[in-house]
Write a protein that binds this ligand. Structure first.
Ligand code: URA
Length: 242
């Protein structure tokens, strides 16, 4: 049994108490595996193939978890930090046993779609430059964004380190002293949106990621909230990845 784990450890990871608390719970006959009361805390169980019940509630164990978060500003896309609040700090308790990490980075002041998963392969595919998974951003720019900027972004602009960007699609929603745009990138260099606008002499004053590959941010998610992807959404994400 490849995924088998000690029952007390498994239940403890699910947040049902310390291992000794779990052992006491089990003595009272509150834990069932495949319908049978189990009192031996050292029993090894495969949570993927067995049904585990605690006080009549079936544990919903999954090997991989995929969450979409609407990251608020002021939070970093990391698992832990000594000083700053991280996206993982915002996760509801029920996900604490899954070792989730953000698949990709958003700046501290950037809002919007952040995926959190424990599926290293999917995260790798999403971020691999070879896979060219597109990322779409909504932004407010200090300055008048024009068709000349759209042309420059289509052709590639030179960033401050000499890197020339891949063709990107700039859609101007409103052009004025403050402009509103959407930008679709097929790569993910550090601070890329901000640096591309700097390359054309403008400053990003608000940035939000609204799409990754075929997957759109669920706008009903409040800032800081998250939810699991539906099977259809996961498929959309994987299609762009294979
Ligand atoms: N580009 C940026 O400049 N910042 C982000 O957070 C994402 C893309």
């Amino acid at each position: 049994m490849k995924n088998s784990q000690r029952l007390d450890k498994l239940l403890s990871n699910f947040g049902y108490g310390t291992r000794s608390e779990i052992r006491n719970l089990m003595k009272d006959g509150t834990v069932k595996v495949d319908g049978n009361i189990v009192k031996d805390a050292s029993m090894h169980v495969d949570p993927l193939s067995s049904t585990i019940e605690l006080r009549g509630r079936i544990l919903n164990y999954r090997e991989f978890i995929y969450l979409m978060m609407n990251k608020p500003a002021g939070v970093i896309s990391a698992t832990t930090d000594k000083k700053l609040k991280t996206a993982v700090d915002l996760l509801p308790e029920e996900f604490s046993c899954f070792d989730l990490f953000p698949a990709g980075r958003l700046d501290i002041d950037t809002e919007g779609m952040l995926l959190l998963t424990n599926d290293g392969q999917l995260a790798h595919n999403l971020l691999s430059p070879k896979k060219h998974v597109s990322k779409r951003y909504h932004a407010i720019i200090d300055g008048m964004v024009t068709e000349a900027d759209a042309k420059a972004f289509r052709e590639g602009v030179m960033l401050d380190d000499g890197y020339v960007t891949m063709p990107a699609n700039l859609e101007i929603i409103k052009s004025g002293q403050h402009s509103e745009i959407e930008l679709e990138l097929h790569e993910g260099k550090f601070h890329q949106v901000k640096r591309m606008f700097e390359a054309v002499g403008k400053k990003v004053i608000y940035l939000k990621r609204i799409r990754m590959g075929g997957l759109k941010l669920d706008e009903s998610l409040e800032p800081g909230a998250c939810r699991e992807l539906t099977p259809e959404e996961l498929e959309l994400l994987k299609q762009r990845n294979t």
